[in-house]
Design a protein around this ligand. Structure first.
Ligand code: NDP
Ligand SMILES: O=C(O)C1=N[C@H](C(=O)O)C[C@H](O)C1
Length: 269
């Protein structure tokens, strides 16, 4: 046992869960303190290192988050909205920093997350990479600088297993552009166009989603007007960028007061 902050990974067998376990295990600033899977999962009771296909690492996968969180300083959670809401309550009980990468939250889900942040640091972002968080700032500035006759569209592409659309990142980028334009995204957004849609709603921010193969995550913010277009683009080629951002957030949160934070706070952008 060392003095390094202990970190628990939820959904350890998932695409991001595996990447997070590897990232924390390789870090010299944190230690892997626990791994959570749901009741009945084949990994419960197994050594995590072995379950991941490597050498044993002494971390036993458990379905008891309260016990695991109580022995740790942070939990990194890339699972699903219903699971994350439950993990938030448990992180609050254990006074653990809760880093939330999960996407696909409805407004009611976000309301359900808020009370836990009265007792614990909660850091949530639909994308934990430096590049995307920087791009949100650029999207806001460009939207602010251009007249309303520049249409704004967010186009995203992901792998064929992704369950939510628009992606969390697309919503972050759309929200930033809406902020630059001085309105709330939910008041003027268009997504899922199909059939006789009528002309584009003036001023709306549009969203399109592509799903295919093993695309890690690609996002364009398109600004289009008569005669010219600007495209701001981020391409993720490795999930390690999200895991590194999440680990940075877990460490950053250690000396912060309970409350809700995002990656702009963590990165100081
Ligand atoms: N913010 C960011 O930077 C990023 C966010 N994401 C988001 O992270 C989330 C996960 O993505 P990804 O890893 O690709 O998805 P996966 O489906 O590969 O992994 C999700 C994991 O969560 C587990 N899980 C779900 N519910 C529970 C529960 N109640 N208790 C314990 N474990 C649970 C799943 O287990 P089971 O298989 O049993 O359901 C699975 O192991 C998505 O919302 C995605 O959009 C992804 C990449 C970057
Ligand atoms: O599900 C994914 O894979 C990803 N989800 C996040 C999102 O919804 O934007 C981040 C990244 O694009 C990968």
């Amino acid at each position: 046992m060392t003095d390094l902050p202990g970190i628990v990974i939820t959904g350890a067998s998932g695409r991001m869960g595996r990447m997070l376990c590897a990232t924390v295990a390789a870090s010299d600033k944190a230690r892997l303190a626990g791994a959570i899977e749901r009741k009945g999962h084949a990994w419960i009771g197994r050594d995590l290192g072995e379950a991941l296909g490597g050498a044993p690492n002494g971390v036993i996968v458990t379905d008891d988050p309260l016990d695991a969180f109580a022995k740790a300083q942070a939990v990194i959670d890339f699972t699903a909205p219903a699971a994350t809401i439950e993990f938030a309550k448990i992180a609050a009980q254990a006074r653990c920093v809760h880093v939330i990468g999960t996407t696909g939250f409805e407004t009611a889900d976000l309301d359900a997350l808020a009370p836990a942040a009265r007792h614990a640091v909660q850091i949530r972002a639909g994308n934990m990479s430096l590049g995307v968080n920087l791009l949100t700032q650029l999207a806001k500035k460009v939207a602010q600088a251009l007249d309303a006759d520049w249409d704004i569209e967010v186009i995203e592409a992901h792998h064929n297993k992704k369950v939510d659309a628009p992606s969390g990142t697309a919503l972050m980028l759309g929200r930033a552009a809406a902020e630059g334009r001085g309105f709330v995204l939910e008041d003027n957004m268009e997504s899922g166009r199909h059939g006789i849609t009528g002309a584009r709603t003036p001023g709306a921010i549009g969203f399109s989603a592509i799903r295919g193969g093993d695309i890690v995550g690609e996002h364009d913010v398109l600004f289009a007007t008569a005669g010219e277009r600007i495209v701001l683009r981020h391409i993720a080629t490795d999930r390690a960028i999200f895991a590194r951002g999440a680990l940075k957030a877990a460490l950053w949160g250690q000396d912060k007061k309970p409350g809700q934070y995002d990656m702009i706070d963590v990165l100081g952008l």
